[in-house]
Write a protein of this length. Structure first.
Length: 246
């Protein structure tokens, strides 16, 4: 066979082989999945499931209503923290991650809760109230002592934050009709803790629920600046209302 013809055949074979290689390379590149985008999102202490849902939607992680369908029954156990989620994450994946974080972070309290012979759910309900009622650790522990004492004495807790959760109105906009509302979260009507947590508390509020500060007080209120005023008797409490709420 002439050398020129052999060279021509070899060249064609090389070009075909190169073309096949290029086609294979492009096909393999196209078949590789594009890495999903992750988003960092911070859930503050005391956020309830509705606020968490809005935050996740704003971050482009999951539609609000889609998340709420799965999260309503998980109130109190979605630990507030900074997370990284994939965009378009499934609600169950998000909830599972937050609940696992809750279990890990609150494991340090297991022994103390058992010693007090209290139920973990009751502790979290109390912690959720404290998260909403006060910002300072000192006040949270004092209020914790007051509320546990009121439960022991068979008194109504009369916590505005629980009723706010039920009605969606701020404590300063609650009406007499609201106070008489037949709702398991209305601690003006029903004794004991509300039906469930009203937010997702952090470590500080949880610790305050477990380790309350003993005091002679039975009443408290928060003024417009968030300062807490305590009273031993209902008469003192009424005076505080006149002094600080009008």
């Amino acid at each position: 066979m002439p050398i020129a013809k052999e060279i021509k055949i070899a060249t064609v074979a090389f070009l075909l082989a190169f073309l096949l290689f290029v086609l294979y390379w492009h096909a393999s590149k196209e078949s590789q999945p594009i890495p999903a985008e992750t988003v960092a999102v911070t859930i503050p202490e005391g956020f309830n499931v509705y606020q968490i849902a809005s935050t996740l939607q704003a971050a482009g992680i999951v539609p609000r209503e889609e998340f709420l369908k799965e999260a309503i029954g998980e109130e109190g156990f979605l630990f507030p923290d900074t997370y990284e989620f994939f965009k378009d994450s499934k609600p169950k994946v998000i909830i599972s991650k937050m609940k696992k974080n809750f279990e890990e972070k609150t494991a340090i309290f297991t022994e103390d809760i058992e010693k007090q012979k209290k139920d973990t759910r009751d502790i979290i309900i109390m912690a959720s109230l404290l998260e909403e009622e006060a910002a300072l650790e000192k006040d949270r522990k004092l209020i914790s002592g007051i509320l546990w004492k009121r439960i022991t004495l068979g008194m109504l807790l009369q916590v505005d934050a629980a009723l706010t959760y039920a009605t969606g109105r701020s404590s300063r906009k609650l009406t007499d009709d609201d106070l008489a509302l037949d709702d398991p979260y209305n601690t003006y009507k029903y004794k004991g803790l509300p039906a469930g947590p009203i937010s997702n508390p952090g470590i500080g509020a949880t610790e305050a629920a477990i380790n309350p500060t003993s005091s002679p007080y039975l009443y408290y209120l928060s003024d417009s600046r968030g300062v807490i005023h305590y009273a031993k008797t209902f008469e003192e409490h009424k005076l505080n209302k006149i002094r600080y709420l009008r």
